[in-house]
Every structure is written in structure tokens, then in C-alpha cells.
Design a protein around this ligand. Structure first.
Ligand SMILES: Cc1ncc(COP(=O)(O)O)c(C=O)c1O
Length: 478
């Protein structure tokens, strides 16, 4: 079958590939195949994407045509790429579970997801939900806003965080990512600019692109949000919307201070730029530090908040929500019907049960994650002593600065060690972040120790493997 997808240019593919290459001509084709598999596995090269011709690739990549042909042959043999005379080559099949990794055993560790497993309290909550189901099953089951019981409990949580909220300000969604897609649909059209942090959550960037809007990166300073940079970006880009992760930002784990919240909302209010505050990680404060008020408390008129149960309770519930003014809620509901007609009732009841008395469950979650964070940081100090990082005060991952710009190379080589990683450039709008790597600490201490031990081996094997003087460097390095 011919591919349905779009075509990627050689130069864009080179940019996506980043600095994938180890030194030495012999590994060239294997490394290129592994780097391409990484792009397929993490969705940057969707199935159906048509690849550039070998000639175009030879112009775009710093390797010989033979290396490219051999890499594509390998991917064809694995069923990942298909080619047809006259139709070119395209991505034919997804990389299998584990990203096409051939470790020869079943000890693959996936560090691409920053999401913990469900807590034991989920089971009793499911029983409560099951007992409530007959009452709901007597009616049609469509609840575009979400169940009143759950909206009330979500609203109460905001109120307890210092932001008085009523249930009619809440729309329950199927996760925060769905919430973000719904909000984007309401606020932006093709060509509109959306301010985003750089680095930021890759799927948030993808949603902006899918809305045909243009993400405009505002670089984060080492210690947080740079208000001057926002001022310049607002002036130069004239954005329709700004998107921020103010609490334990993914991936830096930084938290915006109260002063920062005030300064940023003042600035955006003057520019009449609405702000979407993604609070997906807000419940995961791991140290006993006072929490700033939610962003919306600083600018009720300007801020749309996104929330999620994915990190605090379980991603498998697929429950998120939007908190906004009742006027925006009305507008959201009028556009939602073209996408979906509500979120499953059972999962909403499960979350409602968990939120009836939320603190004990959340305390348990924080304790467990804080312990895993400490294990991960200790293992990183031991196995990757050449890297630096700031101790996260919350969230689920640590953002490491590597000793060289080798993040993509590390992710490529890690596949051969049974380790899946997200390379730094995925967090950036136009590439970059090659010297950064996010290490999630959402798995058990044993798995984390093993994973970071492997990471140390990979980091050592990649160290000092830049382009050797006699390597077959034929084109510009992306
Ligand atoms: C900042 C941020 N927003 C949204 C999401 C997606 O959340 P959900 O599972 O609720 O769709 C994530 C998941 O990692 C995230 O880190």
C-alpha cells in the first residue's frame, strides 16, 4: 500500500536526528538505523511518512551514501521502512514494543515515560465506583462537562489551594493532553503564535503544531522563568496564547515563585494574551515548601488551568480537566461535541472516590516518589559523576546537564543496553538541548538503580566519541 502521510525533507530529518553519530565509520549505518528507529518509536516519524531520496539524504547527513543505503536496508529488513520503485521509501510499520530494541532478554527499561503506576488505593476506589454505577447506568451516560460529583471535588481542591472555584468552572476531559487540544482549538487558528517554555513537554508542542499554530520558544534561565525574555517575546511575536507549566515544570522541575507569577500575569494582561497554566504535576511537591497560589489566583480573567489525575493517581484513568471562567467553559462545551461527547463515567467515579479525602492518598504518593527521587539522584552521582543537575523539589524527573552535547547519541546507544530515553532535542522547538537529558524516577528503586547503572555504561561509551578528524563527514552537521 502506498503511504498516506506527508513527506519529510532531508534537512528536517537531519534536524530531527540531532547529533546521533558516534565516531568511526564502521558503526555509521547501525547508528543511523538506530537513530531513525528512535524517531519512529517516539512518534516524530509517524507511520506513513515519506522519506527523502537517498541522494537528498546524502546531501543532508554527514555520512556517505553507502552508510545511508545500508541503514535503510536494515530498516527494510526489519519491516520499518518500505520502498517501491517510483514511489520512494516511507515508514511502514511501528517499531515494536521496546522501540525495536534487541537486547536478547526481557529486561528493557523504559525511561521515556514520566508516569508512576497506580497506587493500591485505586482498587477500593474502583469498588466504590462500581457500587455507584447502577444509578448512572439508568440514564444515557453522556456528560459533556463531566459528572457533577467529580466537578465538585475538583473545584473543592482548587478552593483548598486558595483559589475559590465552583463546579461550573470545571470541564472534565480525558487527560490534560486532551484538555490542551480542546483549549487550543478554542483559542488559536493556523499561523497563530503560541509562547512556550524552552524546554517544554514535547506532546504540548506537538499539539500546538497539530493546531497549525507556531510554537514560539521562550528560553528558561537556569533558575527559572525570565520575565524580560517573556516581555521581548510578547512584543516581537504578538502571541495569541501563552502556555506554561508553572509547577515542577516538565522537564526542568522548576516552580514559578509567587513574584514570578505576579510579574508574568501582569505582563500578559497588558498584552491581552491569555495564559494556559498546565498544572499536571502540581500535586507532586516532594519537599515541605510552601506552595505559591495557583496562576489563576493572580489573573482570574486571563488564565485557563489544566489539571490531571495522571501523575497524582494514575495515567490509566485518563482523567484531566479544564478550569476556566464560566464564559470560556460555555465556549469550550460548544466546540467539544465535534471531538468527543464526554469522558467515561466509571473512571470519573473512581477519581471522585479518590478525591473524597484526597490528602492521605497524595501523601502516600509523594512519599514514594520522594524516596525514588533520592535513589535516582544517588545513582546518578555514582554512575554519571560527570553530569550535573538541580535536585527537583517536585515532579517526576531530573533534568541533567551532560558533560558534552551527546544526548541523542546517548539515547541511540542506550537502545543497545535495553534502555529507552527521550533525547534532549525533543524538549526544544527547533532542536537544541543536546547537552540535556531527563531521567524520570517513576519506577521502583531496584529498576532505577539498574537503569542508571546502564546509563553510566552508555555515558562512558559515548564520552569522547565526537567526529574524528578522518571520519566521512560529507555534509553539514545538523
Ligand atoms: C506537563 C504535562 N502536561 C500534560 C501531560 C499529559 O497528561 P495526561 O496524561 O493527563 O494527558 C503530561 C504528561 O507527562 C505532562 O507532563
Amino acid at each position: 500500500m502506498l503511504p498516506p502521510g506527508g513527506r519529510i525533507s532531508g534537512s528536517r530529518l537531519a534536524r530531527l536526528l540531532g547529533s546521533w553519530r558516534r565516531g568511526g565509520a564502521r558503526q555509521g549505518s547501525a547508528d543511523l538505523a538506530a537513530a531513525l528507529k528512535l524517531l519512529v518509536a517516539d512518534g516524530r516519524l509517524p507511520v506513513g511518512t515519506r522519506l527523502p531520496s537517498e541522494r537528498e539524504l546524502t546531501d543532508a547527513l554527514p555520512v556517505s551514501r553507502t552508510t545511508i543505503t545500508t541503514a535503510l536496508d536494515q530498516l527494510r529488513a526489519e519491516g520499518i521502512v518500505e520502498s517501491r520503485r517510483g514511489a520512494g521509501s516511507w515508514i511502514n510499520g511501528p517499531v515494536g514494543a521496546g522501540g525495536g530494541i534487541t537486547t536478547g532478554d526481557d529486561t528493557l527499561i523504559d525511561l521515556t515515560r514520566c508516569a508512576p503506576p497506580a497506587l493500591p488505593e485505586l482498587r477500593p476506589a474502583m469498588e466504590v465506583a462500581m457500587a455507584q454505577m447502577p444509578e448512572y447506568m439508568a440514564s444515557h451516560g453522556y456528560h459533556e462537562r463531566g459528572l457533577p460529583l467529580l466537578r465538585q471535588r475538583i473545584a473543592d481542591r482548587y478552593t483548598s489551594r486558595g483559589l475559590p472555584t465552583t463546579p461550573d468552572q470545571i470541564v472534565v476531559t480525558s487527560g490534560a493532553q486532551h484538555a490542551w487540544a480542546l483549549v487550543l482549538r478554542l483559542f488559536v487558528g493556523p499561523g497563530d503564535r503560541v509562547l512556550v517554555e524552552q524546554p517544554t513537554y514535547p506532546n504540548a508542542l506537538e499539539a500546538v503544531r497539530a493546531a497549525l499554530a507556531i510554537p514560539v520558544p521562550v528560553p528558561m534561565a537556569a533558575d527559572g522563568w525570565d520575565v524580560d525574555a517573556y516581555e521581548a517575546a510578547v512584543r516581537q511575536a504578538g502571541p495569541r496564547l501563552a502556555y506554561l507549566i508553572p509547577d515542577f515544570q516538565n522537564p526542568t522541575a522548576l516552580r514559578l515563585s509567587s513574584e514570578g507569577r505576579e510579574a508574568l500575569t501582569d505582563l500578559l494582561r497588558k498584552a491581552r494574551t491569555p495564559l494556559v497554566a498546565d498544572e499536571t504535576l502540581v500535586e507532586l511537591a516532594l519537599d515541605d515548601e510552601p506552595a505559591p497560589l495557583p496562576m489563576a489566583a493572580f489573573a482570574e480573567d486571563l488564565v485557563v488551568s489544566l489539571g490531571s489525575a495522571s501523575k497524582s493517581h494514575w495515567g490509566g484513568l485518563r482523567i484531566g480537566w479544564i478550569r476556566a471562567s464560566t464564559e470560556i467553559v460555555h465556549r469550550l462545551l460548544s466546540t467539544r461535541a465535534s471531538i468527543d461527547l464526554g469522558t467515561p463515567v466509571f473512571e470519573q467515579l473512581v477519581l471522585a472516590a479518590l478525591l473524597e479525602d484526597p490528602e492521605p492518598v497524595l501523601r502516600q504518593r509523594r512519599l514514594e516518589i520522594a524516596g525514588q527521587r533520592d535513589v535516582a539522584l544517588e545513582a546518578l552521582r555514582e554512575h554519571c559523576p560527570q553530569w550535573t543537575f538541580r535536585r527537583p523539589a517536585g515532579g517526576l524527573g531530573v533534568w541533567c546537564t551532560l558533560d558534552a552535547p551527546v544526548s541523542t547519541r546517548i539515547a541511540v546507544v542506550a537502545q543497545n543496553h535495553g534502555l529507552r530515553l527521550v533525547p534532549g532535542p525533543r524538549w526544544a522547538v527547533h532542536g537544541g538541548c543536546e547537552q540535556m537529558l531527563r531521567v524520570p524516577y517513576t519506577q521502583s528503586p531496584e529498576v532505577l538503580r539498574e537503569a542508571i547503572g546502564r546509563l553510566g555504561v552508555v555515558a562512558a561509551s559515548v564520552a569522547g566519541t565526537g567526529f574524528p578528524a578522518d571520519a566521512e563527514v560529507l555534509g553539514p552537521v545538523a
